[in-house]
Design a protein around this ligand. Structure first.
Ligand SMILES: Cc1ncc(COP(=O)(O)O)c(C=O)c1O
Length: 443
């Protein structure tokens, strides 16, 4: 296999010491490297490739838009793709009469959302409100603002002196912290009172935890209680749907599982299926209108905002999802994937929890099932299982730190939503073999 490893070549990557094959092309749920080795994309990269690889409809839509006008500056022009995408998305997001602002990544839309929350509060005359409360064991991006609200100590550590000091509360985590949703939500009320109501602009969280807690969903009374607390104190509710949005969990949006309306919703990853780096910040019309009336403009932007080719890619992605009923596929295959995982690994002594919704499932590995003691982080267990699966042609997603910020290993599956039941079975078989190879059969 041809592999590329730092310091080979003139590129450098985040993970510097592992080798990476060179990809030639992708098709459906598969990727092929230049030696012809096939990989099943069991996680769509980091939960991005929702409609599969090699979709010519999207490529054509992008090419046509690029031929007509590849770039127009959003300060000066609008374009049909951006307008139409927004009209169609307005029918799908759980915000009445929503307005959309497009940026180029998850980190950017999170930055955008917290700045928009600040400006909405200013437009309301609440000038003191600039604190954003978020949660531990959460990930909202790598830029300094997004990292300030993220709750991942390992990622924050080198940059602590550069981050904003924002309060974090414990997330709902039924496996390790089996409190009711209301009790978990009370932590928000306590944090608002501690920070000062007059200082608190917004609460930001993922409706279902993504990379950091591997598909941990809150108890059913959590999100309604959070909405009530936000309303009580005039705090805006921001749903980070960067990972769990766009049908991933069997509904268009993670928050749809609880029919709660956020004030601001952001998404990215699956929005344009990986064909273009795109995300949006969605907000209520009356809040956007208030900014216009009171402040004149939203003091934010970006050279590549509202990108015409990106919006054309997202529109084509959206149409594929609707035509092929991919949200429904995610909803109906989700329980089957869960059952396969339970049958294959549910009684393994080092699999502590198996959880998920739609086509997003996480396995939490533990050293001891009774005490739920995690393996020490120094073992890099999730990465080791990831490597074994990868060597056998399956791409999964992994993370470390779920248990306490440092320790705790998660393996995640989140395949393209076009996946079939037979393909899921093959993925589970390779994943199971990887777990057995690393941790034994546990018999
Ligand atoms: C919930 C969530 N928010 C924000 C981000 C940041 O997105 P990006 O990597 O595109 O900047 C991620 C990325 O994994 C994410 O999962």
């Amino acid at each position: 296999m041809t592999t590329y490893k730092h310091p080979h070549g003139h590129v450098f990557y985040r993970k510097m010491s592992h080798a990476r094959p060179k990809i030639d092309y992708g098709e459906g749920i598969y990727l092929f490297d230049e030696d012809g080795q096939r990989y099943m994309d069991g996680s769509g990269g980091p939960l991005v490739v929702n409609v599969g690889h090699g979709r010519s409809e999207i490529v054509t839509a992008m090419a046509e838009q690029a031929q007509k006008a590849a770039y127009v500056h959003a300060i000066m022009f609008t374009n049909q793709a951006t307008e139409q995408l927004s009209d169609e998305l307005a029918e799908l997001v759980p915000i009445n009469n929503a307005r959309f602002f497009y940026l180029s990544s998850g980190s950017e839309v999170v930055e955008g959302a917290i700045k928009l929350a600040r400006q909405i509060q200013q437009a309301r005359g609440e000038n003191g409100r600039s604190t954003i409360i978020s949660r531990y064991q959460s990930y909202h991006g790598m830029s300094l603002g997004a990292l300030s609200v993220s709750g991942r100590p390992g990622l924050r550590a080198p940059y602590l002196g550069m981050l904003h000091d924002m309060p974090h509360i414990a997330p709902p985590y039924p496996y390790r912290d089996p409190v009711s949703g209301e009790e978990a939500a009370d932590r928000l009320e306590a944090a608002i009172l501690a920070a000062g109501v007059e200082n608190t602009a917004a609460f930001l969280a993922e409706p279902i935890s993504g990379a950091s807690l591997g598909a941990a969903a809150p108890p059913d009374d959590y999100w309604p209680a959070i909405r009530t607390i936000c309303d009580k104190y005039g705090v805006l509710l921001i749903a980070d749907e960067v990972l769990v949005g766009m049908g991933r969990t069997g509904k268009w949006w993670g928050i749809d599982h609880w029919q709660v309306q956020p004030d601001i919703l952001v998404t990215s990853k699956g929005l344009a299926g990986g064909y273009f780096p795109l995300g949006f910040v969605a907000a209520r019309h009356d809040d956007v209108e208030l900014i216009r009336q009171k402040l004149g403009d939203w003091n934010h932007g970006g050279t590549f905002s509202h990108h015409a080719v990106g919006c054309a890619a997202a529109l084509a992605t959206l149409h594929i999802m609707q035509k092929e009923r991919l949200v429904e596929n995610s909803a109906s295959l989700g329980p089957k994937l869960g059952q396969m995982l339970h049958e294959a690994l549910g009684s393994h002594p080092h699999v502590g929890d198996i959880r998920g919704r739609g086509l997003f499932w996480g396995l939490e590995l533990v050293e001891d099932r009774t005490s739920k003691r995690p393996f020490p982080a120094s073992r890099h267990l999730a990465w080791a299982v990831w490597q074994r699966a990868f060597d056998n042609g399956l791409i999964i997603y992994e993370s470390q730190g779920c248990a306490d910020g440092q320790n705790g290993d998660l393996l995640m599956l989140g395949p393209p939503l076009i996946v079939t039941e037979a393909q899921l079975a093959e993925m589970v078989a390779i994943l199971t073999a990887a777990v057995h190879a690393e941790l034994g059969h546990g018999g």
